[in-house]
Design a protein around this ligand. Sequence first.
Ligand code: DC
Length: 223
Amino acid sequence: MGFNIAIDGPAGAGKSTIARKVAEKLSFIYVDTGAMYRAIGLYMWRNKIDVNDEKTVEEACQKVEVTIEYQDGEQQVLLNGDNVNAYIRNELVGELTSKISTYSVVRNKLLELQRDMAKKGDVLMDGRDIGTNVLPEADLKIYLTADTKVRAQRRYLELQRKGIESDIKEIEEDIIERDLRDMQRKIAPLKKAEDAIELNTSKLDINEVVDIVIDLVQEKRKK
Ligand code: DC
């Protein structure tokens, strides 16, 4: 059995940036579960499915297959055989995805895939319910947070770097709405696992957080 790290937390807390760096430094496989949910969200958007109607989403889900591949160490998400990595990272898909991931049919579709991935060796997986639901026996669990204003600011700068102008107030409102939905849903809501270590990254830069996580892994491995 490999070593499993679970990183959970709200949108924009820096999970994927931190996870990618830690995984690279420690030679772990990085599994981004948000990307898997986003692939299903993308399908719903492309096929104009009403995401507020669970029955319709359920039917549509029967036509969806999500698989994972790795290219040069980077996770690639395939939607019905097509690589959709380039199309899933935008606010619209994020919003849709947060809605459909409240449905059990969507979550059940991905749960086994995620658990299978964790068996592949030393794996670092990030998402919303990894420490609580997907990998309750993970060797190390981290709950990554940051203040809402800081998260909105980071998202704003990220969009600006991509040449996209946005409204910081709107971003903040979207973040608050998404957090609430992810935390209040009935199935596998976002919450800190009892045995997770909480890290608030508001006042830390990326490398500081990466170093803290690596220290935590090394401490656990000694035991
Ligand atoms: O981490 P992200 O922004 O890529 O995730 C997009 C959405 O997917 C998030 O708002 C809720 C859902 N998600 C989930 O329900 N469970 C996970 N383990 C990962 C993501």
